[in-house]
Ligand binder design. Structure first.
Ligand SMILES: [Zn+2]
Length: 415
């Protein structure tokens, strides 16, 4: 515990979640929804009120701020980052946060829709929360802990550092981004302006967890060219591209290499879309693997399968286009081992058991990492995200703040 400090993360969190900041996957504007700026504007104001003078929101809804260095020591500039938007999966309008003090292992019935029940037996993490204070939504909306927990925790870190000048630290940058949930969180970011060497997103789950890996990802488009003919006179002429596409899909393994048959560190080949006519049919796949070489192997496997099939249709042909989507951030983080080392140490200094995890997806952190800002993901305490069952405990939020304070101190100690 930070001795005698009155944490502000939970109080901030209860206010921030009531501001609707849902992003929109169908919008082409930046930010995708103007309402995200309602929270960004408030954060700018609250940072300024703390005395953080350069805090500002830009035209795209990003908030940048600096807690200046208070030492002559040369310490790398680190950044803490979180996203203001909430997922489009469930409503974010009229969120009513409820504080359930001193949790006793009961099922939590959400009052505005009593059919929404957070059951003790369905969420094993609740076993670790006995005696803690849990915040939920009221049953009609998501809570928005993803990622307003991260926002509130970083705001509390800022409050702690400005009220505890005796803690020696280098320049600390704060970055709040819009549109993470719709994959555009890095679209309009200005990393030169940010001026940080290393960053941490606060957007993870269980207390003590640290994520340093994401999938590596490619898209593959397969275009099959068949031969069209008048169906009444097609004998010996027509080659139906749609039927070939159907055979390709049917030949994919059912017990492996698919999202529905894999977990952990196993990747997959996943058809996401098809469109076509007899003459031409297009299949879109996404390919995922933690290992970039493994990605290539999966693509070779798919290409070979298709080649062999097409060979049985001499008049048909196909095109196989691979597009890079994103890469496992571990490739970057391995070149900067202290980013992870210090985070592990901070988690342990906060008295938590370290849980290393990997993300079966991409994150803004993986994009930042390949844009030159190595950026793993620290826990924020979020549970059951993107759903009406979303919850978080006050104690986990405070642990996240404490972990960041230790992290700031470790960077100052070790450089
Ligand atoms: Zn998130």
């Amino acid at each position: 515990m930070l001795s005698g400090y009155k944490f502000t993360a939970a109080e901030r969190f209860m206010r921030y979640v009531q501001i609707d900041t849902q992003s929109d996957p169908l919008s082409n504007t930046h930010p995708t929804t103007e309402k995200q700026k309602d929270l960004s504007r408030l954060l700018e104001k609250e940072l300024k009120n703390m005395g953080i003078e350069d805090a500002h929101m830009d035209e795209y809804g990003y908030v940048y701020a600096t807690i200046p260095s208070n030492t002559k020591k040369n310490i790398p500039v680190i950044c803490f980052c979180a996203h203001v938007d909430t997922a489009p999966d469930s409503s974010g309008t009229g969120v009513k946060p409820i504080l359930h003090e001193n949790y006793r292992g009961q099922d939590i019935i959400l009052p505005d829709d009593p059919s929404q029940v957070i059951r003790y037996n369905e969420y094993p993490y609740l076993k670790t929360q006995l005696g803690n204070d849990i915040i939920t939504a009221s049953g009609l909306t998501l809570l928005g802990a993803d990622d307003k927990a991260g926002i509130a925790e970083i705001m509390d870190l800022a409050n702690y550092l400005v009220t505890h000048p005796e803690i020696e630290h280098g320049a600390i940058k704060i970055l709040f981004t819009p549109d993470e949930e719709v994959g555009k969180g890095t679209a309009r970011v200005d990393l030169n302006k940010l001026g940080a060497e290393f960053a941490y997103t606060l957007d993870g789950g269980d207390a003590g967890s640290l994520e340093d890996e994401t999938f590596s990802a490619d898209g593959v488009q397969v275009i099959i060219h068949g031969v069209s003919a008048h169906p009444g006179y097609a004998k010996g002429k027509m080659v139906n591209a749609m039927k070939i596409a159907g055979e390709i899909l049917a030949a994919l393994p059912k017990d492996r290499l698919s999202p529905e048959s894999t977990e952990g560190k196993k990747g997959f080949i996943h058809p996401v879309r098809m469109e076509g006519m007899a003459e031409k049919c297009t299949l879109d796949f996404i390919i995922r693997d933690f290992d970039t070489d493994g990605l290539k192997k999966k693509e070779d496997y798919l290409r070979t399968q298709i080649e062999e099939l097409i060979r049985t249709y001499p008049k048909a042909s196909f095109v196989f286009n691979v597009t890079e989507q994103y890469r496992n951030m571990k490739e970057v983080l391995d070149q900067h081992p202290k980013v992870i080392e210090y985070a592990k140490e901070a988690i342990e200094r906060a008295g938590l058991k370290l849980k290393m995890e990997s993300i079966r997806g991409g994150t803004d952190g993986s994009r930042f990492s390949f844009m030159g800002l190595p950026c793993p993901n620290l826990f924020a305490g979020e549970q059951a995200i993107h759903s009406k069952h979303e919850f978080i405990s006050v104690q986990d939020m405070n642990k996240a703040v404490e972990t960041m304070v230790h992290l700031v101190k470790i960077w100052a100690e070790k450089g």
